[in-house]
Design a protein around this ligand. Sequence first.
Ligand code: BG6
Length: 501
Amino acid sequence: MDSAFDLVIFGGTGDLSRKKLLPALYAGFVAGRVSKNSRIFLTSRSAHVGEIVDFLADVFEKSKPACGIEKNSLTEFAGMVHIIGLALNKGGADWEAFAASLAENMNEQTARSVVHFLAVPPGLFTSTCGLLAEYGLNGENTRIVLEKPLGSDLASAQAINDDVGQFFGEDQTFRIDHYLGKEAVQNLLALRFSNILFEQLWSARTIDHIQITIAEDLGVEGRVGFYEGTGAMRDMVQNHLLQLLCLVAMEPPARMDADSIRDEKLKVLKSLKPLEGADIEKNVVRGQYGSGAMAGEVVGSYQQDLELETPSTTETFVALKAEIENWRWAGVPFYLRTGKRLPDRFAEIVIQFKPVPHSPHPGWSNGGINPNRFIIRMQPEDHLALRMMVKNHGSKSETLKEVEMNLDVVGDDGTRLGPYLRLILDTVRGDQSLFVHRDEVEYAWRWVDRIIAHWQARGDKPLTYQSGTWGPYEAHDLMTRDKREWFHESSGRNTGKDSNS
Ligand code: BG6
């Protein structure tokens, strides 16, 4: 059992808390990973949400925690949860009472960790951190967790980092990217750096290209207000996709500690070839979903979801080709892709190796030897696999077939921690290895800002793609131009050809 902690979720009755944080904490409690003596404070503009157990039952019925819902454990869990009304822009009696309840456990001999999780818009970060400091809630055993979006460009990200930095040291600041908490991503690091086999092959010498895709079937749903000012480049590429790229491309760290890992990731971001002008036109595709059909149902366009007359220039799809300018990766394209209202929900990294230079079995060749492929799947389930060619024993003639070697390892107790629970527990322990350093956030913005500035200067609309297709045709073109194709490993089919512009 991990030690007891106090967790304060600012924005505790909001979307992130309901959809991700509370279900993760409840699943952790049921699995015995969250101590019963822990306390979870949910701040809200108003503390009146009725009985906590009813509030949680409603939250879990919608968010469906992986462990299911069981009455007794729900009642016990509800006993750990406190909802408090707190204004985040001014102090007062509510803050005094809140500080007093946190202080109860701060006086213990071994003070427990107090984690402040800011699940609120960044506009409230500074005032909240200022108030935490004013009420003495930023001491040594406290940590602050910042949920994205961390700004909307380099300047605003720097301002947030500077503001938070006035009240919390960098070693107390945990910038969360939940993709780094996914089991398959952890396993990628374990496989890469604990097996001589992989590292020997991990470079331009043997790798042809790398694809990283986060595809979603949902549209913007109830998040239009947030999304319209954000778009896929800021919402997904600047953080999740670039973080995954860093983990795949980084040099082996000297130690698996936070500083060593973050230093290596930062070097990757610094080596990304900046995209400018004509390069952007050629190598970055942006799209916006139009109307279409999802699972047989007719769905409206992004513009209709927005309910605005003025044409929106916000992208809901990005596909791009990036290059890393260093010895290991020179000449290896990294294709990144993300989009909403695509036909399927999946997230995968695919490492495509080069073909063998010569086949000694021409007679065996079954229409060609497929190059090896290493697949790290994060959605819909965590899974790692290696595709290899073997002799086809079942066949009368001498042929080869492709098989998938499963490299998946489930936790010893047969369960896996969800990303948010893993990251919250890391925060409690003060382990920053899976969190993002301010320099990483800022270098990622530097790279992304150039592309967004180019789009803004052009001022045109993104390409429209039909909902339920794989994005604009130009995304397909991005690959075929290089004589390559997008892969959808869960079904083994390519995903570019049925695209629609
Ligand atoms: C969030 C984005 O960071 O990640 C959302 O803001 C997106 O727009 C989500 O839907 C995807 O996360 P996951 O884990 O559901 O793939």
